[in-house]
Ligand binder design. Sequence first.
Ligand code: NAG
Ligand code: NAG
Ligand code: NAG
Ligand code: NAG
Ligand code: NAG
Length: 252
Amino acid sequence: MFLTTLLVCFLADFAFGDFYRTQPDFVRTCLKNDPGFINCSTHAVQVLFNKIPEGLPEIGLPPLDPLKLDRLTVLQGAGGPVTVNASLTNVTVRGFGKTEVQYNSVDPKTYDFLTKLHLDRLRLEGNYELLGRILVIPLRGKGNCWFDAKNISIVAKSDVKMTKREGFHFYNITGIHVDFDIQGLKLHMGNLFDGIKALEESTNAYLNANWKPVAESLNPILTKTVEDIMIGILRTVFDNLPADFFLADIED
Ligand SMILES: *[C@@H]1O[C@H](CO)[C@@H](O)[C@H](O)[C@H]1NC(C)=O
Ligand SMILES: *[C@@H]1O[C@H](CO)[C@@H](O)[C@H](O)[C@H]1NC(C)=O
Ligand SMILES: *[C@@H]1O[C@H](CO)[C@@H](O)[C@H](O)[C@H]1NC(C)=O
Ligand SMILES: *[C@@H]1O[C@H](CO)[C@@H](O)[C@H](O)[C@H]1NC(C)=O
Ligand SMILES: *[C@@H]1O[C@H](CO)[C@@H](O)[C@H](O)[C@H]1NC(C)=O
């Protein structure tokens, strides 16, 4: 059977600030009943995504580029091409500051979002501890690692419930479903096999030469990771930014 669990420990200490009662300059307003709505909301989400990576201390959102994660735990049981028990600590992810928003629509009835994003590059560095098998390779190690992904396309569907608080509407993000594709991956795991250098180097070389099946086999884990990170960020943003600032024609 296929078992995947993942723990993302960050954003846990978010201090809940008071929400924005006046419209900040990084929020653009659109009309969902306007024929140019998709273009308008695509630009509005781009303006928002240009701003949020700096962090929004007033609502307790830390900077997202670089994004710091204390700990990521991945446990995936036998059944697929990947069996891993891994943890990543002291993780730094760089690249979210240059997110290109290619498309954003909001369903006029359910308010669900459909968002298409593109990133030229995303680099993750941290300390890892790993026991498992990827493709046919048994892996065991503990040390520093980095992963460098190129040309990343993300399609995110967000489930939304419109709620009301103190006279304002808010998007309540109840779920997120991500599909993503990468066009290149380079990686390095130091101190594999307790630092037996020949084995460490040949294994890293093999994983890099076979980055495509490696990336495909890791896709379910990476998808879940991206979903958990995105939902944490989007919830913090939309719990504190009234939906009325984005959409001027919300019906009750
Ligand atoms: C799309 O929106 C942008 C920003 O609001 C605007 O400059 C541009 O003219 C719009 N394009 C079309 C085709 O409406
Ligand atoms: C995963 O690894 C951790 C740390 O090495 C260990 O405590 C845990 O029991 C392992 N879990 C499984 C299911 O192998
Ligand atoms: C955490 O990572 C940073 C670089 O991103 C490094 O300077 C620091 O020494 C690391 N800390 C630990 C405890 O490994
Ligand atoms: C990036 O990906 C897009 C869509 O998959 C593709 O059209 C484009 O050619 C790629 N660019 C590079 C530099 O690989
Ligand atoms: C969002 O919706 C969920 C599920 O209905 C609910 O439990 C939660 O309290 C809501 N959150 C906010 C901030 O309204």
